[in-house]
Design a protein. Structure first.
Length: 412
């Protein structure tokens, strides 16, 4: 057994294991211990407390984090980190005045990424994806959800999901896989959306379930993509194969998708840049976590998810990167936490809660991740020496993470 003891200036985000998410006013609280110790055995947190109560007789490796802050590693519950190629030309086209929708309508966007991915080998896709993954681990991400959805054919969707499975087997961070076959309508089905929905339900889903390649089922519920009826059908079909629903919803338009997600007991509803009173009402007293993706709003110049409205009405909120080649080409959770404070008026406490425990909840893993709790996995961030945790979102764009610990081991 390996034992690791860390001496810490401030240990953040301490919760009883029974706390699986935080909502409303509770998000303003970030339980902490000053001058703390943290005791890790193998991959688990076994004890913590005031430094003066630190066991001194243990044969342990000791790590000195005096002057530094320790918090749970980020839990990024929404990414498309497995993709092929880049879309920087579309970025320049937007600077010249085209909108995201105009670019998509002329063959760019998701369909552009799908063509590139279909022509990329599984090995090359893996290599491109892990280059990004290694970067986000260094930036403090300890648990990540990864979606398919740039394949849009049975072969290419399975290729993406196998890459995700390989990442899960070969990397120390926690990985959850989502099947997002309903991300866009491929050109060959342009005039036969029903045909594509059938292909997803009758062909892709059974194959994916058979190979146990996904935990979640997702759909892009949006004008020009998939409507309420498609969403209802696909979430229902996913559930019948044992997948848990999640949705991309209310990115550009609000037309009742949130309520469909809630009806299917979705674990999360993501984007929510456009949100009305009915959506808020639909989310109250449910198990569904609203997820905001500020990197996408920043990059596309669309509205930010109204975090204050959600939290002030008593709801929880999670923050994730949406790391993808089209609308958010960054997987930096530190930037997301900063942007949530700067642009969405979230307090540092709310943003850190949203990026840890609530992110873990949105992946169904908050029993083991997302807070400093006895028995949870030792997935941790140790900061550089900083004056207070408020400094993390304040000093935006600066990398303040010195060490990342995953499963109790220091990651180089
Ligand atoms: O979550 N909104 C839909 N899907 C992605 C973006 C897809 C793309 O542009 O490649 C998102 O923002
Ligand atoms: Fe997304």
């Amino acid at each position: 057994m390996s034992i690791l003891i860390i001496n810490i200036k401030q240990l953040l985000q301490i919760h009883d294991t029974s706390v699986l998410k935080v909502s409303g006013k509770d998000m303003k609280i970030l339980p902490k211990i000053e001058n703390a110790f943290l005791h890790i055995e193998d991959d688990k947190i076994v004890a913590f407390g005031k430094m003066e109560d630190c066991p001194s007789n243990l044969k342990a490796t000791r790590l000195d984090a005096t002057g530094k802050i320790v918090l749970p590693a980020w839990c990024d519950s929404h990414t498309h980190i497995v993709y092929a190629g880049h879309r920087e030309q579309e970025f320049v086209d937007r600077i010249h005045g085209l909108t995201y929708t105009e670019i998509a309508n002329r063959g760019g966007g998701i369909l552009n990424s799908a063509t590139v991915l279909q022509n990329t080998s599984e090995e090359a896709l893996y290599q491109q994806s892990i280059a990004r993954l290694k970067e986000v681990i260094k930036l403090g991400t300890g648990a990540i959800e990864i979606k398919s959805g740039y394949g849009l054919t049975p072969e290419a969707e399975l290729k993406m999901l196998r890459v995700i499975k390989r990442i899960k087997a070969e990397f120390p961070l926690e990985v959850k896989a989502t099947f997002l076959g309903a991300h866009a309508i491929p050109n060959v089905y342009k005039n036969d959306k029903k045909g594509y929905v059938d292909l997803i339900i009758k062909d892709m889903l059974p194959a994916i379930a058979h190979e146990k390649l996904a935990d979640f089922i997702d759909i892009f519920c949006e004008q020009g993509y998939f409507d309420l009826e498609d969403t209802d059908k696909i979430l229902g079909a996913g559930k019948s194969h044992g997948l848990i629903p999640k949705i991309h919803v209310n990115q550009f338009n609000a037309f009742g998708g949130v309520a469909i997600g809630v009806k299917h007991d979705a674990i999360s509803v993501d984007h929510l840049e456009v949100l009305n009173e009915e959506d808020i009402a639909a989310l109250k007293n449910t198990n569904t976590m609203p997820v905001a993706l500020p990197g996408c709003s920043y990059f596309l110049g669309i509205p930010y998810t109204p975090a204050r409205k959600l939290i002030d009405s008593g709801l929880p909120l999670a923050l994730a990167t949406d790391y993808n080649p089209g609308s958010a080409p960054s997987g930096n959770m530190n930037f997301v936490v900063s942007t949530a404070c700067i642009k969405m008026n979230m307090t540092p406490e709310e943003a850190i809660n949203a990026a840890t425990i609530n992110g873990a909840y949105a992946m169904g893993i908050s029993e083991n991740y997302g807070s400093i709790s006895k028995g949870k996995k030792a997935n941790l961030i140790i900061t550089k020496p900083i004056p207070s945790y408020n400094y993390l979102p304040y000093a935006f764009g600066e990398n303040l993470i010195e060490t990342v610990i995953l499963n109790g081991k220091v990651i180089a």
